[in-house]
Ligand binder design. Structure first.
Ligand SMILES: O=C(O)CCC(=O)C(=O)O
Ligand SMILES: [Fe+2]
Length: 538
């Protein structure tokens, strides 16, 4: 049986390696020759099937004194000396309207410990709120959102099939040379359905200001760098990048010119039926991991009396206030793939939060029964992490942890996300907190007629939306709640527990450990805690 598990672990790791967490591209701007700006031949050929963008207009300014800035600005005559980008007075190469835009921007702030902070060592940029400008730019029109949807949420037939990503304009930002930057941070989600951010780089000359997006998965630290530096000689393009909310990112120093961006928040949303195209529907049964699992389930050697499998998810998920947590719909990337695979196998599963708790002496990992509404602690010390308010973790499922065979290893370190989120969000708002999460899957026993799976609709017990709310109401004294199902139905004695340790130890499953990431499986972590059930709702 160990070979079967190893096989599954391997397939899972190869999913993880290929997991996309950021995507980007560029769209040539159609300047119609009139401005003297031309798209060169290569660009024309390579973009034959792509759309071109019209020059981007930004309108801003007080009522009655509105200004329209068109980007790219007209090219200066060739004998004009090259502009000094840092200068924004009339002598520089920067157009009058662009100067006015830069002047109209207020210093950009960010969230630190719940406060809105202006600290140029951390973020040096200007901003306009959406109340202060409008733009002709539309990421849907240019097909950017099609790509974002396809790459960051390809499985748009989850559940009833209608799932999409909605982009909402958030800010205009100006990062100016020689010192504009935004140090590493995680974007503060506006609400529980936010899955990511989209940044549009407008065609304004600048050097530097690369956007670096990072994600660590299964010990593989990945980084994608988007460099949108451009000179007046380059064909004008609109650059874009989109990434998941829990990915750390930073804007490196802009050394000259002005890096002007539009940022959008990306929300997971129910799209109307006709938009949820079937063309990019995923068939999970074609994925290698599906095949490994399917073969395992068909084998009598694979947990004949049934068992629980655990997967540490690749992304962090938000604990939210009051309303539904919107899982599984807000599952991201690789996690969504897994979800689809287990669903296709008709296996019951749960999505549960896993949280670091800092006790007196050691860090403990707490496995929660479900994602809970999260309530802020009243006081924060700088740099302190949210630990105390663990109502939402409820009683830790100690038994559950011990009975699960883990197919992969926990994310190397979530401190980064938790701390970065707390101290350096891009907004001070604090009503969502990310934690690690796990998926627990029940492998049914192998009976006389093979493996008993579940009708698809009965297979999923994850704490989803309204059913969570309902079970919440009932849960005092009623063991039928979805939370209780974990104890009542998943923890049946399966007689196979003695195999677990050897399976995990015997696995060559550890990703290459470069020494600085601690890749742990659950068995290696301290046993979780004596937290007792406090109020069911914060
Ligand atoms: O300008 C960028 O590329 C990213 C900006 C950013 O991270 C933010 O506004 O939160
Ligand atoms: Fe950001």
């Amino acid at each position: 049986m160990e070979d079967i598990i190893l096989n599954i672990q391997r397939a899972l790791r190869s999913e993880a390696k290929n997991a996309t967490f950021a995507v980007g591209g560029h769209i040539p701007i159609n300047t119609g020759g009139e401005t003297g700006l031309e798209v060169d031949a290569d660009e024309k050929t390579s973009s034959r099937t792509a759309r071109t963008a019209e020059p981007v207009q930004i309108r801003f300014g007080e009522s009655g004194k509105g200004v329209t800035l068109t980007l790219p600005t007209e090219k200066k005559h060739s004998n004009t000396p090259s502009p000094s980008f840092e200068q924004t007075d009339g002598r520089s190469g920067v157009s009058h309207e662009l100067q006015q835009l830069l002047k109209a921007c207020a210093p950009a702030t960010f969230g630190r410990n719940g406060d809105e902070v202006h600290d140029e060592a951390y973020r040096k940029a200007g901003k306009l709120d959406t109340t202060a400008f409008t733009t002709s730019f539309c990421p849907y029109q240019l097909g950017i959102m099609d790509v974002v949807q396809q790459v960051l949420m390809p499985y748009n037939w989850i559940r009833k099939g209608n799932l999409g990503i909605r982009a909402e304009l958030y800010k205009l930002n100006a990062y100016s040379g020689p010192s504009g930057l935004f140090k590493p941070h995680v974007d503060t989600p506006r609400d529980e359905t936010q899955i990511g951010s989209l940044v549009i780089g407008l065609p304004v000359e600048h050097q530097g200001g690369q956007l670096a997006v990072r994600h660590t998965l299964e010990g593989f630290r990945q980084e994608v760098v988007f460099d949108w530096s451009q000179t007046s000689e380059d064909p004008p393009v609109v650059h874009w990048a989109a990434f998941y909310s829990d990915c750390e990112h930073e804007v490196l120093q802009v050394t000259s010119g002005h890096r002007i961006t539009l940022t959008y928040n990306l929300f997971s949303t129910t799209a109307s039926g006709h938009l949820a195209g079937k063309s990019n529907a995923l068939d999970p049964t074609k994925l290698p991991l599906y095949k490994s699992l399917k073969a395992a389930l068909a084998s009598q050697r694979f947990f004949p009396r049934g068992h629980l499998l655990g997967v540490n998810l690749a992304h962090h998920y938000g604990h939210t206030s009051e309303t539904d947590n919107f899982l599984p719909h807000s599952l991201k990337g690789a996690d969504m793939v897994l979800y689809e695979i287990f669903r296709a196998l008709k296996l019951p599963l749960y999505l549960l939060p896993l949280h670091d708790s800092h006790g007196d002496e050691q860090v403990e990992e707490l496995l929660g029964r479900k994602f809970w509404p999260f309530e802020l602690m009243d006081e924060f010390e700088e740099g302190e992490e949210i630990v105390a308010k663990s109502d939402f973790l409820e009683t830790v499922c100690d038994d559950l942890r011990d009975k699960v065979v883990w197919l992969n290893y926990a994310m190397a370190d979530t401190k980064a996300v938790q701390a970065v989120f707390l101290t350096h969000g891009n907004e001070p708002c604090m009503n969502v907190m990310y934690t690690k999460a796990v998926m627990i899957v029940k492998v049914p026993p192998f009976g006389r007629h093979g493996r008993k799976t579940f009708p698809e609709d009965e297979a999923i017990f994850e704490s989803e939306g309204s059913s969570l709310e309902e079970s919440d109401e009932e849960s005092d004294g009623n063991d039928d709640s979805s939370a209780m199902n974990i104890d009542a139905t998943l923890l049946e004695d399966d007689g196979n527990l003695e195999h677990e340790d050897s399976l995990l130890e015997g696995s060559e499953g550890k990703p290459d450990d470069d020494g600085d990431t601690s890749v742990t499986d659950i068995d290696a972590t301290p046993k979780a805690s004596e937290h007792t059930l406090r109020g069911r709702r914060p």
